[in-house]
Every structure is written in structure tokens, then in C-alpha cells.
Design a protein around this ligand. Structure first.
Ligand code: SAM
Ligand code: SF4
Length: 504
């Protein structure tokens, strides 16, 4: 269903279903019980699993990577496309067999599938003991107690406030170098194809001070890259609470204004309203050696102020994921994306003008309701215009309850959706290769992440533009350090080269 031209950390297909394990227990407590947690979907879900593990670590749970050893099995689920749900359902059936052998085992469904499928899982299919929505993780200890006392337990309430700001997540399967940090939850956009606003609730931003504190703590622990996560990071907005002084609407209007081409305001930490550009700056200022990435940007909301902030700080990476979904204005309108083709092109031009050497990736949906061949050709021509570095491409999958499911027939035949998908995947491969080849002869600053997947003789790491770079291992550098790599050759999307000495 989905095709990735280059997996990155935010949309990593290879991590789907990964069991997340914490190597060391975080608290002195140990209740003798083990948690197995498996995650699906986007990076937000993987980040949520860290919050879940943190809440349960406080109760004395250890994590295990072997579900046969577990006392509690959780699957953190994704509803974005039908195949994501099918995968989870099959996995639950396997765990039901484990449960027959171990009747004391608690099996639970967390995350996006919770609300829609709670009765089905709990009552009809009797696959699970507990169902917990993405805003109810603080309730997990109580819910597990309820199951221990012989009842089924459910909490799928969505909240307008919950951001888990005060929960310092434990890091699962961490390399100790990159970490995800959630800066907001939910989504207030109503893209007609998308289930997220229904499964994850209203958009709310997290207190910037708690974000900066978490990133500072990560840096102090040796992490060198944070990825700030939200469904639409550009609409991040935090207003100081009344204890710190109520805002006058005049002042509020001033602070909401877009900043001119001279760049963002300074003194952002004290500003009464923190927007995404301000937050980026606050995190960038923690330390120049801390790389800052973010995802996802929304074409309707990404401002020049954000672009100037990226350009201003070397440690804010020159990489923007800007999902286009379609290159055709009529389809964008049906999708309720609230921008048109010209607006999107204007944002691409602004990125090229303000940041210059910035990698851009995208998401595309093929075969959305009523899409004609000519309209699909507009998506192809958008790819020709932007020449994306990477892309995540999907066939449209109708999701129950969404605006598109209610209003429009899913009328594009499967083989047409597939043909269009195949076409754009091939096109993207060309452009990923083109972008990679353009780096040959250039020197990339790479943060070493570890050994390459294929050989212990090579290290791998990412360039500022988020390309994977491979180069030989040597004694004078190690994971967590930055090196300059001269690029000598490439595959479709991986750069290969040699480390060159740092210039003083
Ligand atoms: N908030 C992000 C944005 O607006 O760009 C995207 C979030 S969504 C988790 C990731 C991607 O999944 C979307 O950009 C879209 O391309 C794809 N997607 C969402 N709903 C889909 C559906 N019903 N069928 C196919 N792809 C879908
Ligand atoms: Fe879904 Fe649109 Fe929100 Fe992204 S911005 S999560 S696609 S509703």
C-alpha cells in the first residue's frame, strides 16, 4: 500500500510493529511484572509508547522484547489506512493464542484504533482486556488494576488539555543520539480523507518550557538530535497562562504578527505567545551541537518566519516535510487541504529563496475520490516542479467516519489507484537519485548514529538535509559525534563517502 523512497526516522516503515524495549529500569521500583509494547504508525505513536512505558515504569514495570515473557502486552495502534488496521488485528489474534497459554496475561489496545473499535475488540471478538485512547495513558495503572480484579477496562476519552508535558518519557530502543519530542497533540484540520482528528482529538500545544527542559535534559544525557513532533507543527501556539499575566488582545495581536524578512524576534523565551518559529529558536539555542528537526509542516501554515528561523540557525536542519497530497487544485479542495496548487508552489519557492539548500519531502495520495487522469498528471507535474528529495506515497484508503467517506464515493478502481501509484513511485525514484547525485563532490556534516545496517566496517549517519550517509569506521570518531564526509558516490537515496579532517 505504501511505498517509501527513503525511510526516515519520522515515517520509518521498517519500525512498524517493532517491540520497544528499555535497556535499564528507570526507577528503583520493581513490581516483578514485564511490559511488552509494540508500536505501529507514525513517530507520534512511537513517542507515545515512551510516555506509556514511563507511566508504567513509575509503577515498577520493566519492558521486555519477548511477548512470551510479558505480563502485560500493549499494541499502540494506527488507523490511518485500512492495511495498518488489518496488521494490528492479525497481531491481536496471535496474542490471543499466547493468552490461552497464560491466562493471567493482560492484553491491551492503545492509540488510534481504540475509540472506533473498542466494542468490537472487547465484547464481540473478545481479543483484549483493556482499550485505552491516546489521551488516557495516565489512567493505565488504574485500568490494569481493574483488569487484575477480573473486569474489562476502557478509557477512550479525548481531552482538550492533555499534553503529558510533565512526563519525562523514558527512551525505548534508543541509540542515545536521536530522540522524538512531542510538542503538540491532536489536529484541528479536517482533511476530508483523514481519521486523525477523530482518533487523536483537538489540537493542543505543550508548554514550551517543558519542551526546552526535555530537550536540554536529552542534550545533557548525550543526545545530539531532537525531532519536534506534531501533526501540524506550524500551528504550534502557546499563550502564557493568567498567573503569568493575562494578555491584552492588542498585545496578543502584536505577537501573532508574522515577522518581517529581517528574521524572528529575540527574547522569545519571555514572549507572551510562543509560536513555532519561537519554539524552534528556543530549542536551537540550547546548544549549537544539538540538531533540531521537526515534522510535519502544513503548507497552509508554514510561515516565512519559520523559514527565516531555519536559515538563521545552523543547527536547525535544512529539511522540510511538506505534504502536498495532490498537485491539483480541485482535488485539494475536495481533500479540504485549504490551499491550492499556486499556494503550495509559492511555499516551495519561499523555501528555496529563504533557506536555499533545503531538502524537501512530501506525502502524496493517488486515486482520491473522482480524481481524473489529467488531475493525476498535475500531481506528476508538481513532482517535476519540486523534484522532491523523498516522498511517501499512498493509494487512497477510505476511512469510516471521515468527511470523504460521508460525502464522496471511493470511485477510483483499485487498478487505477495502483497504476498512478506505480507511476509516481518511479518518478520519485528518479528525483531521489537526482538529488543524491547532486551531492557528489560536496562535504556533508554528518551526525554519526551507529554502524551501517549492512556492515560493521561502516558507520551511518544523517546529513543536515536528512540524507543517509555511509562511510568507513575509524578510531578517531564514534557515534554521537559530527564528522565531515566528502561524498563520492550514491545509491538511489544513500550517500557514500570518506571522512575528511575538520577544518579548524
Ligand atoms: N498531519 C500530516 C499532514 O497533514 O501532512 C500528515 C499526517 S498522516 C499521519 C500521514 C499521511 O498519511 C498523510 O499526509 C497522507 O498522505 C496519508 N493519509 C492519511 N489518510 C489517508 C488515507 N485515508 N488514505 C491514504 N493515505 C492517507
Ligand atoms: Fe490529518 Fe490533515 Fe490533520 Fe494531517 S493536517 S493529521 S492529514 S487532518
Amino acid at each position: 500500500m505504501m511505498d517509501l523512497v527513503l525511510p526516515d526516522k519520522v515515517h520509518d516503515e521498517s519500525r512498524q510493529g517493532e517491540a520497544l524495549v528499555l535497556e535499564q529500569p528507570v526507577t528503583g521500583k520493581n513490581n516483578g511484572r514485564k511490559l511488552y509494547i509494540e508500536s505501529y504508525g507514525c513517530a507520534m505513536n512511537f513517542s507515545d509508547s515512551e510516555i506509556v512505558a514511563s507511566i508504567l515504569a513509575e509503577q515498577g514495570f520493566e519492558t521486555t522484547g519477548d511477548h512470551n515473557m510479558a505480563d502485560v502486552i500493549f499494541i499502540n495502534t494506527c488507523s490511518i489506512r485500512e492495511n495498518a488496521e488489518t496488521r494490528v488485528r492479525n497481531r491481536l489474534k496471535e496474542f490471543a493464542i499466547t493468552k490461552v497459554k497464560n491466562p493471567g496475561l493482560v492484553v491491551g489496545v492503545l492509540g488510534c484504533m481504540a475509540e472506533r473499535l473498542k466494542s468490537k475488540f472487547l465484547e464481540e471478538e473478545k481479543l483484549v482486556d483493556v482499550v485505552v485512547g491516546p489521551d488516557a495513558y495516565r489512567d493505565l495503572p488504574n485500568l490494569i488494576d481493574q483488569v487484575d480484579s477480573g473486569q474489562k477496562a476502557v478509557n477512550v476519552l479525548l481531552s482538550r488539555e492533555e499534553t503529558y508535558a510533565d512526563i519525562s518519557p523514558v527512551r525505548l530502543n534508543s541509540n542515545g543520539i536521536n530522540a522524538f519530542v512531542s510538542i503538540m497533540r491532536g489536529c484541528d484540520n479536517m482533511c476530508s480523507f483523514c481519521v486523525v482528528p477523530f482518533t487523536r482529538g483537538r489540537e493542543r500545544s505543550r508548554d514550551p518550557q517543558s519542551i526546552v527542559a526535555e530537550c536540554t535534559d536529552l542534550f545533557d544525557k548525550g543526545y545530539r538530535e531532537v525531532t519536534l513532533l506534531g501533526q501540524n507543527v506550524d500551528s504550534y501556539k502557546w499563550k502564557k497562562s493568567s498567573e503569568s499575566g493575562v494578555l491584552s488582545s492588542e498585545l496578543e495581536a502584536q505577537t501573532d504578527q508574522k515577522v518581517s524578512s529581517t528574521g524572528p524576534n529575540l527574547g522569545v523565551a519571555d514572549a507572551p505567545v510562543t509560536n513555532f518559529a519561537n519554539l524552534l529558536e528556543m530549542v536551537a539555542l540550547i546548544n549549537p551541537d544539538l540538531r533540531v528537526r521537526f515534522s510535519t509542516s502544513h503548507p497552509k501554515d508554514i510561515t516565512d518566519e519559520v523559514l527565516y528561523t531555519i536559515a538563521k540557525y545552523d543547527n536547525i536542519c535544512n529539511y522540510i516535510h511538506l505534504p502536498v497530497q495532490s498537485g491539483n487544485t480541485r482535488i485539494l479542495d475536495l481533500m479540504n487541504r485549504t490551499y491550492d496548487r499556486d499556494w503550495y508552489i509559492n511555499r516551495i519557492d519561499a523555501i528555496r529563496r529563504i533557506i536555499g539548500d533545503c531538502a524537501i519531502s512530501t506525502d502524496v495520495i493517488t486515486g482520491f475520490c473522482t480524481e481524473t487522469d489529467e488531475e493525476h498528471a498535475d500531481t506528476v507535474s508538481m513532482m517535476d516542479y519540486v523534484k522532491y528529495d523523498f516522498a511517501y506515497m499512498f493509494k487512497y484508503s477510505e476511512r469510516p467516519g471521515t468527511l470523504a467517506a460521508k460525502r464522496y464515493a471511493d470511485d477510483i478502481p483499485e487498478e487505477v489507484k495502483q497504476k498512478r501509484l506505480t507511476e509516481i513511485v518511479a518518478k520519485q525514484q528518479e528525483y531521489s537519485y537526482y538529488r543524491a547525485q547532486a551531492r557528489i563532490g560536496k562535504i556533508e556534516k554528518v551526525l554519526i548514529e551507529g554502524f551501517s545496517k549492512k556492515s560493521k566496517n561502516d558507520y551511518c549517519g544523517r546529513s543536515d538535509q536528512n540524507a543517509m550517509v555511509i562511510f568507513p569506521v575509524a578510531d578517531n570518531y564514534k557515534p554521537g559525534q559530527y564528522v565531515n564526509v566528502l561524498i563520492e558516490r550514491t545509491t538511489t537515496a544513500t550517500l557514500i563517502g570518506q571522512v575528511i579532517p575538520q577544518t579548524p
